[in-house]
Design a protein around this ligand. Structure first.
Ligand code: NDP
Ligand code: 8X3
Length: 280
């Protein structure tokens, strides 16, 4: 009995220690982190994870009210960090040019996360509007924002750019031509940047998730929640926090370590089209 109680207490202590594991080594404390698309999903989860690590946050998205609510919540939880919010549509270059991005010259980590997919139309039927929206957001937005932030990183000879790629940037599938093209572009841009910055201390990483249950599919199906939920039926998808933890892990490696490219699936996914689903 005594032995059992001792064992129980020891395993509880071990669990408590494990759950407090500090993989970041405190390296993110006080860093200025700009996250685009922080009003939902992966971006919002990133805000929570970086806040937990003591980073200062600059949160950008179109839905300012959501950012303000998130800021309020995180400020209550972690009073000692600075949090700024920016209403920003990354698909409009003129908005990026004239947006007041707090600490623009002092961004340590840029998480280029804002992105979307519209529809599952085959190429022949893709509207020009959907085409433009995906390219302007996922590719041009990422490029223009990087162009706005990179000079400050170069001047300070420090920084980390973390781009949200996708399995769709490694592999195309029917009904995803333009989205896949946009994420293949993110893949190409991330790699080119890696070469261009190899002689600097600035790091470039790409995180490429498979199925993550966020508002992503609801946006894809233009608000049709039932169709969106079907995407995750019979499988346990990733959630925003799973990716956010990998992003903070990536950002918190020592300066000589760069995780360049990370492909992340739920365990029951093997590629963009191969997903093992339980019988319903
Ligand atoms: P969500 O739809 O939950 O979040 C998307 C975020 O992007 C929102 O905060 C949205 O904010 C923002 N956003 C969209 N358009 C713009 C714009 N023009 N300007 C500024 N912000 C914008 O989806 P996820 O969190 O899943 O997506 C985040 C990233 O992860 C995307 O790049 C996506 O391609 C990628 N990804 C997602 C996967 C998934 O399965 N969910 C898998 C692989 C990659 P707002 O509407 O307020 O502007
Ligand atoms: C999102 C993953 O498979 O819907 O980038 O394209 S997928």
């Amino acid at each position: 009995m005594l032995f059992e109680r001792l064992l129980h207490r020891t395993s509880r202590t071990a669990f408590a220690l494990l759950s407090k594991r500090d993989y970041s080594g405190g390296r993110l404390k006080g860093k200025n982190v700009l996250i685009t698309g922080a009003s939902s999903g992966i971006g919002e989860a990133c805000a929570r994870e970086f806040a937990k690590e003591g980073s200062n946050l600059i949160l950008a998205a179109r839905r300012l009210e959501r950012l303000e609510n998130l800021k309020k919540e995180l400020k209550q939880q972690y009073g000692n960090i600075d949090i700024h919010t920016v209403a920003l549509d990354v698909s409009k270059k003129q908005y990026i040019d004239c947006a007041v991005i707090p600490l623009k010259e002092k961004i340590d980590v840029l998480v280029n996360n804002a992105g979307l997919v519209i529809g599952v139309d085959h190429l022949a039927d893709v509207s020009e509007e959907a085409f433009d929206t995906m390219m302007d957001t996922n590719v041009k937005g990422l490029v223009f924002l990087t162009q706005a932030i990179l000079p400050g990183m170069k001047a300070r000879q420090t920084g980390h750019i973390i781009n949200l790629g996708s399995v769709a940037g490694k592999q195309s599938y029917p009904g995803g031509s333009i989205y896949c093209a946009s994420k293949h572009a993110v893949d190409a841009i991330s790699r080119a940047l890696l070469y261009e910055l190899v002689n600097t201390p600035i790091r470039v990483s790409q995180i490429c998730p498979g199925l993550v249950n966020t508002e992503f599919s609801t946006v894809r199906f233009r608000g049709d929640k039932e169709k969106a939920d079907n995407v995750y039926k019979g499988v346990e998808p990733l959630v925003g926090q799973d990716i956010a933890e990998l992003i903070t892990f990536t950002a918190s490696r020592p300066p000589h370590v760069n995780i360049c490219d990370m492909l992340v699936f739920p365990t029951q996914q093997a590629d963009a089209r191969t997903v093992h689903r339980r019988e319903q």
